[in-house]
Design a protein around this ligand. Structure first.
Ligand SMILES: Cc1cc2nc3c(=O)[nH]c(=O)nc-3n(C[C@H](O)[C@H](O)[C@H](O)COP(=O)(O)OP(=O)(O)OC[C@H]3O[C@@H](n4cnc5c(N)ncnc54)[C@H](O)[C@@H]3O)c2cc1C
Length: 393
């Protein structure tokens, strides 16, 4: 190791950690260690197999508006465009499937369309703008009836709350559209893709240059002294110059301001005796009612796996795992208190690391690219340059 090399520690070998390790290790004068507590890299984006069917924990569908991000991934993991694809949502009350997000044309299929249209005609932009919580936002945007049918129960089960007024940050919630007009495709402007290979994204995690990146698996980080840059890895104290963390920030301060809450997921895999189950272009089904699950995914739609059977994945919100940072203002404010305590050589990125639900696979790559730039400029300044990732507008 060159004596001017910066020792970089990356904590967490999920998509964010691996993307950062790959990019930062391209810089001369960096010496990168990637630490992961489990026995594999990739976390939920890793492809596993059930009955010969490839699947990930949830869909892990690659969507981005950033061509550079797509090109970067596509070089390592060749991607196939998802082309025409649809997401639909089941509304039990009407016994109908509608588009997800809801489309203006769906109203015509609704038995109570007159009432809904009347409520929509009373919509007031100022009221929407001044909404204080998720329930207000949706009622002001699409009226009480549509909210009750499509949004209310889904969000209660998604966030394990009995009242959507508790969800007081919601700028992310419409997923780009409250009531879509124009083309029906859910994500018209984004690049929508999935890996071509049977093993999904796994080459991104497994085909890493181990001469450039030291990978330590089955090892949980312990902190000796954060200020002195001292960490305990496999019972040995080690010092680093720069640390990039993808785990919840409360960990580093012994939950000093309280633990940051997350919603987890239970995941079930079910094989059906049919070549396909969902309609031709439908990849996901959302369920907006009292069922315990939120979403079903037919993996073959993404993987193009050939088989006489088909694999469906079912996601059930639970307390198991740290998958979804909770969108309550007070928790986000708490996360900011932690971010402010990090020294300037410490970056907190990824979904848990930024405590932001909307951080997806493409954002992890974008953040890793940004970190590489900052480190190569030599003017790194801790989490602050990444401020846009952890402040809600
Ligand atoms: C069910 C589900 C479905 C999703 N579907 C999509 C999708 O369709 N499209 C999309 O773009 N995004 C999707 N996402 C989001 C996206 O996959 C994640 O945002 C992204 O993978 C997060 O990567 P990360 O590296 O930030 O975190 P993680 O993947 O959570 O990785 C963190 C890693 O840190 C490790 N770790 C934790 N604590 C320690 C410790 N103390 N020491 C060492 N290691 C530790 C963990 O084991 C884990 O491997 C989905 C997320 C979920 C939960």
């Amino acid at each position: 190791m060159n004596k001017n090399s910066k020792k970089v520690l990356i904590i967490g070998g999920g998509f964010g950690g691996v993307a950062t390790a790959r990019l930062v290790s391209e810089l001369k004068n960096t010496n990168v260690t990637l630490l992961e507590k489990s026995s594999d890299l990739g976390a939920g984006v890793r492809t596993n197999f059930y009955g010969g069917h490839p699947y990930t924990f949830g869909p892990r569908h690659f969507l981005t508006h950033n061509k550079d991000v797509f090109d970067y991934l596509n070089k390592i993991v060749p991607m196939r465009s998802c082309g025409e694809h649809e997401f639909i949502t089941y509304v039990e009350q009407d016994n109908q499937f509608y588009n997800y997000p809801l489309h203006i044309n769906d109203l015509e299929k609704m038995p109570d369309k007159k009432k809904i249209k009347k409520e929509l005609s009373q919509k007031k932009e100022l009221k929407i703008k001044n909404s204080k919580n998720m329930e207000d936002y949706w009622i002001n945007s699409i009226g009480k009836t549509l909210y009750g049918k499509t949004i209310e129960k889904y969000n209660k089960k998604m966030w394990l709350v009995n009242d959507n007024k508790k969800i007081d940050t919601f700028k992310w919630s419409p997923k780009g559209a409250t009531l879509k007009r124009g083309p029906r495709a859910a994500w018209d402007k984004a690049i929508s893709a999935y890996p071509i290979k049977y093993n999904g994204y796994n080459d991104f995690f497994d085909k890493i240059d181990k001469k450039k990146i030291k990978i330590i698996l089955n090892s949980k980080l312990k902190i000796k002294n954060l200020k002195n840059k001292e960490f305990i890895i496999n019972n040995k104290i080690q010092k680093f110059d720069i640390v990039i963390s993808t785990i919840s920030p409360d960990f580093y301060f012994n939950n000093k301001y309280g633990e940051l809450p997350f919603i987890g997921r239970d995941f079930h895999k079910i094989v059906f005796p049919a070549k396909n189950l969902f309609p031709k272009n439908v990849y996901f089904l959302y369920y907006a009612n009292n069922e315990k699950f939120t979403r079903l995914v037919e993996y073959k739609k993404f993987t193009k796996h050939k088989s006489d059977t088909t694999l469906i994945g079912m996601e059930i919100p639970s307390k198991n795992g740290k998958h979804y940072p909770v969108p309550f203002k007070k928790e986000i404010q708490k996360s900011h208190k932690y971010f402010k305590k990090f020294p300037n050589w410490f970056f907190s990125i990824g979904r848990a690391g930024t405590y932001r639900y909307e951080v997806d696979i493409d954002d992890c790559i974008e953040q890793a690219m940004e970190i590489k730039k900052i480190i190569s400029s030599g003017k790194y300044d801790g989490p602050l340059p990444l401020k846009k990732w952890w402040t809600y507008g």
